[in-house]
Design a protein around this ligand. Sequence first.
Ligand SMILES: Nc1nc2c(ncn2[C@@H]2O[C@H](COP(=O)(O)OP(=O)(O)O)[C@@H](O)[C@H]2O)c(=O)[nH]1
Ligand SMILES: [Mg+2]
Length: 602
Amino acid sequence: MASKGSTIPSNRLTPPSSGHSTNSTKQSNSSTRSGLPTRKTNHLFLIFAILSFLVAFINIQFHHIFHDEHVADRLMREFHTRHFRTSRQHEYELANRNGDKAATDGDKNGVSPSSQQLTEQHKLAGLKCQEKYGGPQDDYAEKEMVFWSDIPSDSAYKSPFLYGEEEKFLTFEPDHGGWNNIRMAMETALVLSHAMGRTLVLPPEQRFYLLGKTGQQQKNEFDFGDFFHLDSIAVEHEGFNVISTEEFLNRYGKTGKLMNVHTGKPDIWDDKRHNPKDVQGYLRRVGVNPMWNPIQCIAAFPSAVGQDAIEELKAAHHNIFNEVGGRKKPTLEDFNGKPTPVDAPMEERMREMLADRDQLCIYDERLQSAPVIHFPAEKGTRLLTHFYAFIFFADWEADLWSKRFVRDHLRYIDEIMCAAARVVQAVRERSKNNGQFDSMHVRRGDFQYKKTRLEAKELIALSKDKLEQGGLLYIATDEKDKKFFDPFKKHYDIVFLDDFTHLLQGINTSYFGMLDQLVASKGRVFFGTWFSTLSGYINRMRGYYITKHGLKGTEDGTMESYYFTPVDKMDQMKEYKPVKKPIYMREFPISWRDIDKNVRSS
Ligand SMILES: Nc1nc2c(ncn2[C@@H]2O[C@H](COP(=O)(O)OP(=O)(O)O)[C@@H](O)[C@H]2O)c(=O)[nH]1
Ligand SMILES: [Mg+2]
């Protein structure tokens, strides 16, 4: 991923003295040139020079006081502009442009809308597309797309590690892979930060791999606020805080509050070295890297502060791997078709999570006390995992809460949801079978798993038994040459996202992969590409939807989804499966099945 340009502003506040002295020099030159240097003008010049000097002196002396007085406000404003340019900002700007008085009332004094106003504009539950996004109708969009819920009691939930006066932080580096790898690492970092009671520090805006390469006149650099409603998360959740890297560095890096984890000495961020590499280097120096490898261990969170809760985790692990009581170590087969109840005792849930791994990475007292925890995106500690497959909570309610947190908040912004809803509506209108269609994701392009690269006729042969013959088939793909799919035309009426660009006017083309995911997630039957994290997330969203609406598969987390190849993976989604390595190759029902157990949504 190329990170282009500097994203951390340097301190550009310079005392105005230089301006004044330049003026005085000019003045003196011009008077000399005019040839009329009188005593009076000399006096005036002297007084002017002294005054200039005094102004410059006072500025330099009190600069920090004046500056610091407003620094929090200014940074907050900048952060909101930079990171909260999500749909709500967009909504707000649209309303402004359209002279929508109600929505712009908060802007009478030229200030941004308050967070309360923002929250009022964006209701967590539901989806409103009609007024702000050019359709479809609200009730259609809601029924078709909404898989999330608004659970009031969730907003008050706090981690047991959120205590004390000192704010603690979690920083991370975005993954270097494609969008869905980035999303996975982001979800994991976000859940970790909440679990640890730490403020999440968002990486600076940058160019994400395979996004924003269009060269068109559109936004090309992104941060997470461009895809998720991060604004509402912080506002709506008491126990969750998020700030930008800029704010973090200005408030903590520059002030010498942070220690170099290797030397134990203060490490002051040099704001003249603000390119992303320098910022990354700095974060790596001041943040403790837990060295957790998601392929080897699960990140285990004690149910409470203190050594006793840590010992409980260790004891459960000991019992499992020492076969205490003669009970055999768990294997993956033990859980095929047999999910552990979500509220089962801790040791039972740990057995399933450790069916394919054997280590605990405990959030122990050393890590709990670190002011900053940093996750570098490099070998061994890369967060290329599903958050729910990595993070284990001793407290089952904390576990379900974190899963709902991701489902209900880390969903694509309304602008993307509404655009997808318009396409789904158009696809259904084209169907000759009561709006029904089947879907598939054919990943080709840069994909490194060549085994999955099959010819069209092979794809047809592998999927024909499950698909409606002669029916409508929506194909999500990164294959640019659509002729590749011509053989499908003998069997199906095929459509692509490209056939609906008239419904996508003004939508950033970097969102198209997400739109393909959302539209494909609505197919009656879905065929995905094994190993593709883009395919994987389609199934997770299907799982959320099935669970919310109590459809077939709710009980055991299954669905009408298949994979083309490898052949033994075709029916993976048809039976409950525990988390298995390498983890990213598919999504697991543990992330959607029965996660509302202890709550009622509104
Ligand atoms: N529009 C579109 N883009 C796709 C599709 N499949 C892959 N891509 C692009 O290729 C990238 C795939 O990377 P990633 O999201 O990491 O998924 P993965 O590589 O399949 O695991 C996406 O971010 C898209 O930019 C598709 O079906 N439609
Ligand atoms: Mg990828």
